[in-house]
Ligand binder design. Structure first.
Ligand SMILES: [Zn+2]
Length: 379
């Protein structure tokens, strides 16, 4: 492995990139087991890689309560969402094996404690709703009743869905350094990228050295576009429209929580660990349905002291092609009216794609549209 100096990059959250990978212990077969859900497995893998630095394991009660109450860990560092492991009861030993859904051991956890938690309270504070129609709240309410806290050591990493694009924070940091990037903007997405998001990314890229498009590939809700289809779209887009020495795609292994504003903060902190200095926050980031106001995920950044997060959020309006401007624009930069603007609702776009029709080129790159049309047909 080449030794590339990465000291010039932004420091990980808390100062040190955590590494919770390790060897399987000799007494593994004798340990009590705890089975993880797909969301918990995503979190575990991110604990292993340091994507959740400074966390070294599933949260204890002090951190959990502090995060819910004040969006800070008990030690004072900003943190917006619980990262917890739900169990039925306290294990009998002081060490347990964590197993995946097939029963395969993937990690050990050194038990620091087991505590009760209030699902209503967590829903209200983390998701701003207790409505079980919200996918994050629904999952929370279906969880086991207690939380198990402790540091983890992961000896079996999750098999990545897109191995060539699966980079740990240490890897993205190395790539940024090799490319000579110091200031890097991260873009979170769980959707295909149309012209509007391409525009935001390129606006941001104008003021930094590099762009990391970082699509989330952990569990999403069933009606989101499947990750493999999205990946084909990103490839086509990068092939045709992005400068190779300034932009890259890698996958973000997190599961969606749909926690809107708090998840925007969490997404930003994770991207800081991957080496990003800037993070794009659009409208209704990580939202679902109409649970959050359009700009709530931007406003929440104001609840932190200046510089406290370390990573700088870049807030964007919705953007569109304007016929009078003859270019991409937003309400901030375009003085013209709706009639000049090419904008389509998500419903309308899906309708067109299902009918085999490309949306206007001002809305979607034809290469991307064709991939989505094909995917609709296959379904
Ligand atoms: Zn205009």
């Amino acid at each position: 492995m080449s030794a590339v100096a990465t000291d010039h990059l932004i420091r990980p959250h808390g100062g040190t990139l955590v590494d919770r990978t390790g060897e399987a212990p000799d007494d593994l077969a004798s340990l009590e087991t705890v089975e993880l859900t797909s969301r918990e497995l995503s979190d575990l893998d991110m604990l292993a890689s340091g994507a959740l630095s400074p966390l070294e394991g599933f949260m204890g009660q002090a951190d959990y309560e502090s995060v819910l109450d004040s969006m800070h860990l008990a030690g004072g560092l900003p943190w917006s969402l619980p990262v917890c492991l739900a169990v039925d009861a306290a294990p009998s030993g002081d060490r347990v094996a964590l197993v995946d859904v097939t029963g395969k051991p993937v990690a050990v956890l050194d038990v620091e404690g087991v505590y009760d938690y209030d699902k209503e309270r967590e829903a209200e504070l983390a998701y701003r709703t207790t409505d079980t129609a919200h996918p994050g709240v629904e999952r929370l309410f279906a969880q086991k009743p207690r939380y198990l806290a402790g540091k983890v050591s992961v000896f079996e990493r999750a098999v990545p869905q897109f191995p060539e694009l699966a980079l740990d924070p240490a890897d993205t940091r190395r790539v940024f350094a090799e490319r000579g990037w110091k200031r890097v903007v991260g873009f979170q997405t769980r959707n295909p990228i149309h012209r509007a998001h391409e525009y935001l990314q390129k606006c941001a890229l104008e003021i930094v050295d590099g762009l990391l498009v970082h699509p989330l590939v952990g569990a999403t809700k069933g009606d989101d576009v499947p990750a493999d289809v999205r990946m084909r779209c990103y490839e086509a887009l990068f092939e045709g429209y992005y400068p190779k020495d300034r932009a890259m795609v890698s996958v973000f292994p997190a599961a969606m929580r749909y926690a809107g504003p708090r998840e925007a903060i969490w997404h930003a902190i994770c991207r800081k660990n991957y080496g990003c200095t800037h993070f794009i926050v659009g409208r209704d980031h990580a939202g679902v349905g109409s649970y959050y106001g359009t700009y709530d995920a931007q406003k929440i950044f104001e609840e932190f002291e200046r510089g406290e997060l370390g990573i700088l959020p870049l807030m964007f309006e919705h953007s569109f092609w304007c016929n009078a401007c003859e270019g991409m624009a937003s309400p901030k930069t375009c003085p013209h009216g709706e009639t000049e603007r090419v904008s389509l609702s998500g419903t309308k776009v899906r309708e067109m794609l299902r009918a085999g029709e490309r949306p206007p080129i001002e809305f979607s790159r034809p290469e991307v549209a064709d991939i989505l049309i094909d995917a609709m047909r296959e379904r």
